[in-house]
Design a protein around this ligand. Structure first.
Ligand code: ADP
Length: 494
């Protein structure tokens, strides 16, 4: 089984969100399965951060696509944790083209958060190279994929190029990590992207008169997957489908929801190298030390008696965190502390900053992206807030459960599939792992937070909620097994 895993970000090389966590961990987890006989290689654009960090890079080919001259470089993924054996990390093929990918700023936007103007070309080149690697005209004949696994809109053109241009027999899977990001571009790009005009219609990659990379993936891939069973159902309805619900309904027999896992070394409080102290479910004392350290680091009042609520998130409408500012005064009045890390909506960032100024010993806000602080907030907080309006899978609630930091979540997508609300029954049968609010409103969020705080004050109850979450197997292995079955079924299909 030779699998090409195409993605626009992969931890630890480059990350803006959950897609990077999945792309860093799933190929590695597949490689580690006894039942997986073969190889998986990741294909990534050659952003500066990627070129700087790949291990043992070696030029393997030159390739000319869409008028762009690129060099393909193969190396290995860097280790995620120091005890990892570097010989076992996954291979990564990087597309080097300085003009397209080596820029200051992020993978999709400049330093001010404005999308790169040539994103259509940048990700069409990624997709075109992937398709070529699966074709007879491959620039790297030493390795031939049997299956290509595409992720989100940036790779949506891969199945389109495979079917319409290269007429490839290699099978394709397109995974939806977030339907909100669609990669829609003006029809005038058709010739630059070498897309056949004959398929620029409803039965092709056209969507509302634009070229939709996302629709191309949804339409042309042999199989579709998304990152939780509930999200797989939700996206077939108008409320969550962003207009693609009709197409997704027609493809429902090809669509499967597989919940993400978490990297059992990177996100494990017993081994986490970002923490001042490690801990386990049976030796939880270390968590108190992390909380103390976090309070010092964030200039919060150093006390074990204040429940500390954590937030690590993109600050966007999706995440529901715009509901938080109006209830912060009530949360603070209950003696709580808040540690917020995130970036996105500038109005919301300013709102949080103002609240931190008003309550400096109780509210801390860090605007930006900080991997190490995110681990420390996850471990040092008592509970974690995630009131998303929709959430394909969500990883932070999984990290929260693994870290003994019960999450307070809305009942949607992967949150609904992973967090069990605390009540008499779930406490008795030891399945309670968090607090689920049934609608996304400030009132519901405040009530969820209040019940979490009440439970926190009952130390025996809290320990049992923590233990329930920490004992779950949230590792990638069971999910990687499901992807393997999907791959096998696809390869057997005619
Ligand atoms: P999404 O992919 O929608 O942003 P997920 O919950 O699936 O949400 O994954 C988010 C990932 O990004 C998690 O690993 C989270 O810890 C990380 N993350 C989000 N914002 C930040 C930040 N400001 N600093 C560090 N890590 C962040």
């Amino acid at each position: 089984m030779q699998v090409l895993f195409v993605t626009s970000e992969a931890h630890p090389l480059i990350k803006t969100g959950g897609l990077a966590d999945v792309s860093g961990a799933l190929p590695q987890a597949l490689k580690s399965l006894d039942a997986f006989k073969g190889e998986v290689k990741i294909l990534l654009p050659g952003y500066s951060a990627v070129l700087d960090q790949i291990i043992t890079p070696k030029k393997i080919a030159n390739v000319e696509v869409l008028g762009q001259t690129c060099t393909l470089i193969m190396g290995k993924m860097p280790k995620i944790y120091s005890k990892q054996d570097s010989a076992t990390t996954v291979d990564v093929i990087v597309i080097e083209n300085a003009a397209l990918y080596e820029r200051p700023g992020g993978p999709y936007s400049d330093e001010d958060g404005v999308d790169w103007e040539d994103n259509a070309l940048r990700f069409a080149v990624l997709s075109r190279v992937a398709s070529l690697l699966c074709s007879e005209a491959t620039p790297y004949a030493a390795w031939r994929p049997m299956l290509v696994h595409c992720n989100d809109w940036q790779t949506g053109l891969v199945p389109a190029y495979m079917k319409l241009v290269d007429h490839s027999t290699v099978k394709s899977i397109f995974s939806i990590h977030n339907l909100a990001f669609q990669g829609s571009f003006d029809a005038s790009y058709l010739s630059m992207l070498a897309l056949p005009v004959a398929h620029f219609n409803i039965n092709g990659f056209e969507y509302h008169d634009q070229i939709s990379f996302l629709k191309a993936g949804l339409f042309y891939a042999d199989k579709l997957s998304t990152v939780s069973p509930t999200y797989a159902d939700e996206i077939q309805t108008p409320a969550y489908g962003f207009g693609f619900e009709g197409l997704l309904q027609t493809r429902q027999n090809d669509l499967v929801g597989i919940l993400n896992g978490i990297d059992a070394h990177d996100w494990n409080p017993a081994e986490d190298e970002h923490l001042p102290k490690n801990y386990t479910a049976s030796r939880i004392a270390g968590k108190k030390a992390v909380k103390k350290h976090l309070q010092q680091q964030l200039n919060l009042k150093e006390t074990a008696d204040a429940p500390l609520l954590g937030v690590v998130s993109r600050l966007t409408h999706q995440k529901g965190l715009d509901l938080l500012p109006e209830i912060i005064p009530q949360i603070v009045a209950q003696g709580c502390q808040l540690a917020i890390l995130g970036s996105g909506d500038s109005v919301l960032e300013a709102h949080f900053r103002a609240l931190a100024m008003q309550h400096p010993t109780q509210v801390s806000v860090t605007v930006g992206y900080n991997e190490s602080l995110s681990h420390n907030i996850m471990a040092g907080s008592d509970m974690f807030i995630m009131p998303s309006r929709f959430e394909p899978c969500g990883l932070n609630q999984l990290y929260g459960m693994a870290y003994g930091t019960p999450p307070i979540v809305s009942s949607t997508g992967g949150l609904a599939d992973s967090v069990v609300d605390t009540n008499k029954i779930t406490l008795a049968n030891k399945t309670a792992t968090g607090f689920v609010i049934n609608n996304v409103s400030a009132t519901a969020l405040l009530s969820g937070i209040t019940s979490a705080i009440t439970s926190w004050r009952n130390k025996t109850m809290w320990r049992s909620i923590q233990r329930n979450g920490m004992q779950l197997d949230l590792s990638w292995e069971p999910s990687a097994q499901k992807y393997l079955l999907l791959y096998q079924a696809l390869l057997l299909a005619k």
